[in-house]
Write a protein that binds this ligand. Sequence first.
Ligand code: KIV
Ligand code: ZN
Length: 498
Amino acid sequence: MNNRLYIFDTTLRDGEQVPGCQLNTVEKIQVAKALESLGVDVIEAGFPVSSPGDFNSVVEISKAVTWPTICALTRAVEKDIEVAAEALKYAKRGRIHTGIGTSDYHIKYKFNSTREEIIERAVAAVSYAKRFVEDVQFYAEDAGRTDNEYLARVIEAVIKAGATVVNIPDTTGYCLPAEFGAKIKYLVENVNGIDKVTIATHCHNDLGMATANTIEGIINGARQAEVTINGIGERAGNTSLEEVAMIFKSHKDLGISTNINTPKIYNTSRMVSSLMNMPVQPNKAIVGRNAFAHSSGIHQDGVLKNRESYEIIDPKDIGLDENSIVLTARSGRAALKHRLHILGIELDKDGLDKAYESFLKLADRKKDINDDDIMMLVGKHINKDARIKLDYLQVTSGVGLQSVASVRLDIASEKFEACASGNGPVDAAILAIKQIIHRQMIVKEFLIQAITKGSNDVGKVHMTVEYDGNSYYGFSANTDIVAASAEAFINAINKFVH
Ligand code: KIV
Ligand code: ZN
């Protein structure tokens, strides 16, 4: 059996489905290019029929990326497949990923159908996709809870219809590692034609077993792992790319290799975390802030004598080089440009000038500027075309004082001012903005997070604003958390006031 494991990254599809993680097309291209230079084999770029934005992203990523196969998701529906094929027309190598639920839960409750009818629909979808592209991947949604004997019949039928890759998702993250490994083994041993196609794993982390299940699947014959950067994804997330890549790099005894250029892992992880506003938990394997921090005296002593006494991975193998992380107020434009380049961001002269100006302002208030801070600065410039901008904010607040905010907004280059008092400075600022915007808006969720640590830190604000029955997500980052809150509110408003 071939021992090369193909890495299929679905950060831009399964990862991007997470509320609050949505990226615009420019940001998706940045991530796709970073994935290309990381060495992933397949990029799942979106679900084209789901929205014009997703369609457009698949088109633009197909144009921007050269080596990886670009994959587009569909349901087992002809219209979905036609739209996916259209979105993939610029891909150098395009793949349609079509499929249907195969567990009895899906057959009975989602489709009100029968096992035989589901096989017919699966075959019809694969055959239809084959009219447009040669490379067709089939997913058996909820395969984790699908009876193995029936799953084998579905998989055999879609292989006969021309599927080149068969994806076995543990959609609900229910399987135990041994059970998932046995499922793959069962398919290897019982499906005619399985040796002609690639078996893929697609595991979710609801019980914290996504990576373990993926590894068991591969040990038992799967040769494509579907993963996301930082394990980002629906609910508890997907299998994380960095864990799978480093497991096979560390366990040479397993005899499996990937094409991942592991020293690019750390920067890719930071980029995705920043662009998607999704912090990495400090103790996350491989890329968490504490993954290589030895705090106990015994460990520090051991590592100083010989790194391998307590570290199984050399931090440099994932690109973690402490010296490259920190920029300060004394860093020049070239240093910022270099850092942005490492993070996969190329700005034109004007963009760089603006980013550098903001960088210096931030560096005055914050001693060490890290990658997250830089991504925030650049993220702000990406939003420079917003219709409504915060032009001025002054807040008076304190113990025993009524909080009062004066706000000036720039709306399509016209200035509007308002003043309001509120229950705390953020409330005052939001009430003042509401006076200018005049809509029935309700702040539903409001979360402030520090990026690293220290009282001079940049605060990230995530906000959900309800308007006219819909929820809109807003985000901003600023060392001033009242300003970040006002900006996040305005960021959400920009999504429905045109
Ligand atoms: O989790 C899942 O089953 C999926 C499929 C659409 C592949 O994401
Ligand atoms: Zn999934």
